[in-house]
Design a protein around this ligand. Structure first.
Ligand SMILES: [Zn+2]
Length: 136
């Protein structure tokens, strides 16, 4: 059995961009904080203090506290993972054929492969069939 992972490209790219932005922001904060954190004996608590107290200048927009930047990075990362998870469709394919099910009349039929769109042989509607199980 092969597993085909199909992604909606736009959602996938959007998710990747969000993850990259989130990671970038978090790494930027770590990079900013590193000189004072690495000098300290307790890295985690000094990182926390640094993030809570320090601020960065954002172009001409003024200064932004690192803690807000960190929250933004975490939200981006979270959203990105969320978008990635939901833009991903996993279709199970056997080497032979699959059983597709019409979401309207619940009729199942055999197909050579899983399809995003297909015409239901029973009600003749153009539907997005669900893969009910793999036929052997
Ligand atoms: Zn149908």
């Amino acid at each position: 059995m092969r597993v085909i992972v199909r992604r909606k490209l736009s959602g996938h790219v959007f998710g990747v961009l969000l993850v990259l932005a989130g990671l970038g922001i978090l790494f930027f904060i770590l990079w900013m904080a590193w000189p004072s954190v690495s000098a300290s004996s307790s890295a985690l608590s000094s990182l926390w203090t640094y993030v809570l107290t320090e601020q960065v200048d954002v172009a001409s927009l003024g200064s932004l506290k690192l803690v807000y930047l960190g929250a933004m990075g975490a939200i981006f990362l979270f959203l990105g993972v969320f978008v990635l998870a939901f833009s991903r469709k996993i279709l199970y394919l056997s080497s032979g054929s699959v059983m597709l099910q019409c979401p309207y009349c619940k009729n199942s039929w055999k197909a050579r492969r899983a399809m995003g769109w297909a015409e239901c042989p029973n009600c003749r509607k153009f539907v997005q069939p669900q893969v009910s199980k793999t036929a052997t």
